[in-house]
Design a protein around this ligand. Structure first.
Ligand SMILES: [Zn+2]
Length: 440
């Protein structure tokens, strides 16, 4: 295992105009205060009269709001390299003709720099944690480790060719051995069976057995397009969700991305089996895949989080945009403005994200005793005035550019417009060079 990157954290005192945190429901604390020691929240509540003495860093901003970090529960970080390369195409054609041929040209260092670019964008937009599925994942882990972001990483497994499929399992094993729970648990590993249409049942059983053996969750694309469901029915006589259920996938910890085309029975299966669903409204809209039955999933009690998917199909990694889309789409589809209130949307983007990645309990709640993964939003902008309701503003009015400070595990990763752990100019340079070579 690489030497743990244990960042030095400071004893901090934060005071802000508002603090949002989770405790049973959402807690909105005006004039709030947070103290952080050894990377852990030691106090969160109304402002106290405590002295600033003894704190290594004090941030006091009456025009700001502190809230839990956003979790991007489904992405392919290094696909930032293909941002804008192929737009306005259906998923299968887009994958077969554009993305997969280009991916075949990627080397390890491309993945490293593409991932770092994604991390720059995510941190700047208030994302403190993400779930990634791609390949050369040791490079991805290295990028996460250096940047200080929290991540759960899966080597994308494709089992259409059993020899390649088995090689992927070997890579996953080594990734787990080297990186699972690395950097004080900041980096974790999942197995990443890509999708039912790229992982035949025989191969999926091997993936499930390995997940059980390694005791790690699985991250899979599921029921993303109508074509996927049709083809699965034609080949197996059942839908992707039914097939996965029969194979026993949901008897283990599973993060299922997309889940766009679901019958009421399938919604019931996902909810009762406790599968975590990552909803990716931006990518689903852009690829014309459809709109997931989010409201129905939530009403059945399913655990739903939000993701951007890769930057080649979104085309950004802006979780605030996904947050807003997730709150608006159910209202429009159901012709019901009460469908998916702001609080439910924020929950999906924050605490549900941590739960969907099967990380330690309480993470993302910002309660005392949990890791200090938080973001500070600058409220002194026209679109926050008047400040009737800070929760409403975050969901319906905020922009990624309003994020002014980001902290993961008590370490400040972004402040005053500057990334603290990444040389952004170097990232831009590397990505520019590499994108030219890839498209050559
Ligand atoms: Zn995806």
């Amino acid at each position: 295992m690489p030497e743990d990157v244990v960042f030095v954290t400071e004893k901090m005192l934060l005071r802000a105009g508002f603090v949002l945190a989770w405790e049973e429901g959402l807690k909105v604390i005006p004039d709030g205060e947070i103290t952080v020691e050894d990377g852990i929240v030691s106090y969160l509540g109304p402002r106290t009269g405590r002295s600033q003495e003894g704190f290594e860093r004090v941030i006091e901003k009456e025009n700001s709001l502190v809230m839990p970090g956003l979790v991007n529960a489904h992405t392919h970080a290094a696909m930032t390299l293909f941002r804008g390369y192929a737009d306005d195409m259906p998923l299968q054609e887009w994958l077969n003709d554009k993305i997969w041929p280009l991916e075949a040209k990627l080397d390890k260092k491309d993945i490293y720099w593409g991932t770092l670019l994604a991390i720059c964008e995510m941190i700047r937009g208030g994302t403190t944690c993400f779930a990634d599925m791609y390949f050369h994942m040791e490079e991805v882990a290295e990028a996460c480790s250096k940047s200080g972001i929290r991540a759960s990483l899966a080597w994308g497994l494709i089992g259409l060719d059993m020899i390649k499929g088995m090689a992927g399992l070997k890579e996953s094993k080594s990734l787990t051995r080297n990186w699972h729970n690395a950097d004080r648990g900041r980096i974790t590993v999942m197995l990443g069976p890509h999708a039912p249409y790229t992982c035949p049942p025989k191969y999926l059983r091997k993936v499930i057995d390995l997940a059980a053996e390694l005791d790690v969750p699985m991250h899979i694309h599921l029921a993303e397009t109508a074509v996927e469901v049709q083809e699965c029915r034609a080949e197996h006589g059942k839908t992707p969700v039914e097939l996965m259920n029969d194979l026993g996938l949901f008897d283990y910890k599973v993060l299922a991305a997309h889940c766009v085309h679901l019958s009421p029975t399938e919604i019931e299966i996902l909810a009762t089996k406790g599968a975590a669903v990552a909803h990716n409204p931006g990518s689903n809209l852009k690829l014309g895949s459809g709109i997931a039955p989010l409201w129905e999933l939530l009403q059945k009690g399913a655990l739903v989080s939000l993701g951007t998917d890769g930057a080649a199909s979104n085309n950004n990694l802006d979780m605030i945009e996904e947050l807003r889309l997730s709150a608006l789409l159910p209202k429009g589809i159901n012709c019901d403005p009460t469908a998916l209130p702001a609080e439910d949307a924020l929950k999906m983007a924050t605490i549900n994200g941590f739960q969907s990645l099967f990380l330690e309990k309480g993470l993302g709640s910002l309660q005392a005793g949990t890791a200090a993964d938080l973001v500070m939003i600058n409220l002194k902008k026209p679109h926050y005035f008047p400040l009737h309701n800070p929760l409403s503003h975050i969901v319906y009015s905020a922009a990624a550019a309003d994020v002014e400070m980001v902290m993961v595990g008590g370490r400040v990763l972004f402040e005053n417009g500057e990334l603290k752990t990444i040389d952004e100019e170097k990232v831009f340079f590397e990505v520019r060079q590499r994108s030219v070579r890839l498209l050559d």
